[in-house]
Design a protein around this ligand. Structure first.
Ligand code: LLP
Length: 401
């Protein structure tokens, strides 16, 4: 049974300038423990944390300490992962447009694997590895042409997307990789999208991979290891009831539907499902304004701290944690319908419209839940706003107080 989550130390929050991210590090640790337990019987399964989801140094350190590898998409992420203590030989490096400098960084650090997305990239890696007297270990990222049932902006595995190598061109690419003197072809990489809740999508991926492997084997080509990317979704509506994704069900799909060859290793790149539920954006109500047709709660948090609602129309549950504290002191719950909006000069700086929540007043603290993934990591300085700070449930972790 999962524990009920969602406790906020509101007295401690009173001392801290809003908006800020609050991370429940116990939930993060528990999530990591669950993931490790679910694959404990499969020493051939390896999980790399997708650093893009949250690269707060304290979060990275906790995940590195748990023994996961890292999945990076830029030189900066490779540096952040190394600094946080991820061993170089656990780092995979993906991305359609790796610069020469970034490739060199990966070569110098001797990372585990480059996930290569095109022939010109493969040629550059071969050239740079040759000039450094190194052999680059690579996987080829295959575009499986599978539709994940998620937001169009975070679907990556369709033929029309920019990612990966068309599976029809794959045999030729493998032959080319095998012929290059400074490349070691080590396997295939896939990733179909993010926030995937329909497990059928992962089954479809497994089936497509099985089909591709059979085809390659029939051609007498090697396959190497497999990397199935990330994408497991979380419950944005019920962060307390479902503080963890169903990792058992997820891994079971790959245990059941993927025909691993003897000795073949299977890599995962999970981001959101590891960190989303442990993070909340804490913001203060500046004003409650009566509009012509509706009431607005204007908060000091905005799309610059949490861009997902403006960018993808995503829902983040909002709780008035000051009102919850008042309730605990006997002041009854009064429901009211609001649009909750930020102060940035964009009409899209809206967190939610027509949302029923506790009646809110100036000075109340709100928690925007499930914001641990793609929240802090996508923050910007638009409107000269300061980047948000981070506070941790565990006192001895923290990058700001
Ligand atoms: N591997 C690759 C190659 C990826 O492109 C991604 C995410 C992941 C792994 C991790 O996927 P996850 O387990 O987190 O779903 N900013 C968007 C999400 C973008 C995901 C990009 N790629 C959002 O806020 O929903």
């Amino acid at each position: 049974m999962m524990k009920t989550k969602g406790f906020f130390p509101i007295d401690r929050f009173a001392q801290i300038r809003t908006p800020f991210y609050y991370y429940d590090t116990e939930l993060l640790e528990e999530t990591l423990k669950t993931v490790k337990a679910e694959i404990a019987d499969h020493p051939d399964f390896h999980v790399h944390y997708a650093v893009k989801a949250n690269f707060n140094p304290e979060i990275l350190k906790i995940i590195a300490r748990a023994g996961l590898g890292a999945d990076c998409v830029s030189g900066g992420e490779v540096e952040a992962a190394l600094q946080a203590g991820f061993p170089a030989n656990s780092i995979v490096f993906a991305g359609v447009g790796k610069s020469d400098e970034e490739i060199q960084l990966g070569l110098d650090a001797d990372i585990f694997r480059f996930n290569v997305e095109s022939l010109p990239e493969l040629e550059v890696i071969n050239e740079l590895a040759g000039a450094s007297g190194k052999i680059a270990r690579i996987s080829l990222r295959v575009n499986p042409d599978i539709e994940a049932h998620t937001h169009a902006n975070i679907m990556t595995g369709l033929a029309e997307n920019k990612f990966g190598i068309n599976h029809e061109q794959l045999p030729d690419m493998i032959r080319k990789a095998l012929s290059m003197s400074h490349i070691r072809f080590n396997g295939l990489h896939f990733h179909i999208g993010s926030q995937i809740l329909d497990m059928e999508d992962f089954i479809a991926l497994c089936n497509r991979i099985d089909w591709i492997l059979d085809k390659l084997e029939a051609m007498g080509l090697p396959i190497g290891d497999l990397n199935v990317g990330g994408g497991l979704g979380i419950d944005y509506e019920h962060p307390n009831r479902f503080p963890m994704a169903d990792f058992g069900k997820y891994f079971n799909i790959f245990k059941t539907h993927l025909c691993l060859r003897p000795g073949q290793q299977l890599h995962f790149e999970l981001g959101r499902s590891l960190v989303a539920q442990c993070g909340s954006l804490i913001a203060k109500v500046l004003y409650v304004k009566q509009g012509m047709y509706k009431d607005f709660v204007i908060i000091d948090g905005s799309m610059t701290e949490l861009v997902r609602p403006a960018m993808y129309g995503s829902f983040h549950k909002i709780e008035n944690i000051s009102a919850q504290a008042r309730e605990a002191h006997g002041i009854p719950y009064v429901e009211h319908e609001y649009d909750v909006v930020g102060p940035v000069c964009e009409s899209s700086d809206v967190f939610v419209k027509g949302f029923k929540m506790q009646e809110s007043h100036r000075g109340d603290l709100l928690a925007l839940r499930s914001a641990g993934a793609y929240g802090e990591s996508m923050a910007s300085g638009y409107n000269c706003r300061h980047l948000p700070r981070a506070i941790f449930s565990c006192d001895n972790a923290g990058s700001g107080k």
